[in-house]
Design a protein around this ligand. Structure first.
Ligand code: PLP
Length: 451
């Protein structure tokens, strides 16, 4: 019992655990990490703090989610209050007020007639939910032959079986069997030869959308349910879609009755200077998946925005039937809803999305200043997101180079995402110009150090 007390919930956040072995860490080289662990135990605004109190500048908004900065008081307070009101409330055949409020608020932010929200707890669940809604929609409307799903090479849609099936990251797929059947992939929109060192969306590459015509010709439109793409490929190294690409994809989907899903788990809630990237591109998809920025990462939450026509197609049978046999115990969890409402209030009060839009040119210039650092092959920026491709080194990615880079960043006091040989910069959107300068300086020093 004494052991449990010393290692239990009452132990201060800064106490180093006695045993790091039991936690099998996700997407981590566990053995090398645990030899030299990097721990953070507190966070505020733009910084994490190690248990010893050293400040680490957050260059990746946690994991692309802490858009308004860490531990913002209104969000903390909303969660605290919600926990004292209703700790858990089922959303199967019951409701709690905050869930309805939050759904309406999100729908108000969405473009076009994306006006219904299905809640879940993560981006992965959001993706699986959207794919299932697409399939069920076609069944419901008498087009049950439409079962094929289309994703894109280098797409990341989380780690559920739906997500890894439509996703295009080899290492996330190859050890897990046959995936969903009936899945095709569009080609990646990235072409370094024609796009290197572009700020924003590259001019070259709208024609990559025409791949969809080829897939339609191969299988026939009557077999295809949906296409899912990220408006900006995030986890595979910041791949902004070329100018006109998403519009072209929308046109082809319309021509063949294929549903278009934007996975906005990263791009939602300000990353590209708008509530949703769909707005930036002037394209209304049939569904938008979101997560991360909706609660600033403080409580897990994901969801799917669904166009009116799709939602309404399910609302046609007898009223007593369940319209969609899908849902999660924690769908619209009260603490997540409270965090979501407080986060949206904060975005509105602080004009976070407008700030991100205004900062974009400065951020892009700062990132491009790294162009002549050793080993830099390409730099891309869009919104408050940037990436630096480094020349591959012996043993990298994922092996020696990866760990050495992580350590170099930690020593420099900067938290960064590394995607293969790409350094990914996605700070909280409240970042100031001075902090952009500091971040890029640290980044430059690390690039020189590991060159
Ligand atoms: N979709 C996209 C575009 C993502 O970037 C992510 C995560 O980074 C996911 C889905 C999966 O989200 P989660 O990790 O919350 O399951």
């Amino acid at each position: 019992l004494d052991d449990l007390v010393t290692e239990g919930a009452g132990v201060g956040a800064d106490a180093i655990p006695n045993d790091l072995d039991a936690f099998w860490m996700p997407f981590t080289s566990n053995r090398s990490f645990k030899k030299r662990p990097r721990l953070v135990s507190r966070a505020k605004d733009m910084h994490y703090y190690t248990p010893e109190g050293r400040a680490i500048l957050d260059g990746c908004a946690g994991l692309w989610c802490v858009n308004p900065g860490h531990n913002r008081e209104p969000i903390v307070e909303a969660i605290r209050q919600a926990a004292t009101e209703v700790d858990f409330a089922p959303t199967f055949q019951y409701g709690h007020p905050q869930a309805f409020r939050l759904a309406s608020r999100i729908a108000d932010l969405a473009p076009g007639d994306l006006d219904h929200v299905f809640f879940c707890n993560s981006g992965s669940e959001a993706v699986d939910t959207a794919l299932k809604i697409a399939l069920a929609y076609h069944q419901t409307t008498g087009a049950g032959t439409r079962t094929r799903l289309i994703g894109r090479e280098r797409g990341y849609h989380g780690v559920g079986f739906g997500g890894i099936s439509v996703g295009g990251i080899v290492s996330n797929r190859r050890t897990f069997g046959t995936m969903l059947t009936g899945v095709d992939h569009l080609r990646s929109t990235y072409d370094r030869e024609h796009q290197a060192f572009t700020k924003g969306e590259p001019d070259y590459g709208a024609h990559f959308a025409d791949e969809l015509e080829r897939i339609v010709a191969l299988h026939d439109a009557s077999t295809i349910a949906s296409v899912i793409v990220e408006p900006m490929g995030g986890s595979t190294g910041v791949l902004p879609t070329p100018k006109g690409y998403l519009k072209r994809l929308r046109e082809i989907c319309d021509k063949y009755g294929i549903l278009l899903i934007f996975d906005e788990v990263i791009t939602g809630f300000g990353r590209l200077g708008h509530a949703f990237a769909a707005e930036r591109y002037g394209v209304v998809p049939d569904m938008i998946t979101f997560a991360k920025g909706i609660t600033a990462g403080a409580v897990p939450m994901g969801g799917v925005l669904v166009r009116k026509g799709i939602h309404d197609a399910f609302m046609k049978g007898p009223e007593h039937v369940v319209e969609l046999f899908h849902g999660y115990t924690y769908s619209a969890h009260p603490l997540a809803c409270a965090a979501g409402l407080a986060t949206l209030d904060l975005y509105a009060r602080e004009h976070t999305f407008t700030h991100a839009r205004a900062l974009e040119p400065f951020f892009a210039d700062a990132m491009m200043s790294l162009k002549d650092k050793p080993g830099v092959l390409d730099i891309r920026t869009v919104g408050i997101t940037g990436a630096v491709d480094l020349a591959p080194k012996e043993g990298a990615p994922g092996l020696k180079g990866y760990e050495a880079l992580e350590r170099a960043f930690h020593e420099e006091g900067l938290m960064m995402r590394i995607a293969g040989d790409t350094l990914v910069v996605t700070p909280p959107l409240i970042i100031s110009k001075d902090q952009v300068g500091e971040l890029v300086e640290k980044l430059g020093r690390v690039i020189e150090k590991v060159a």
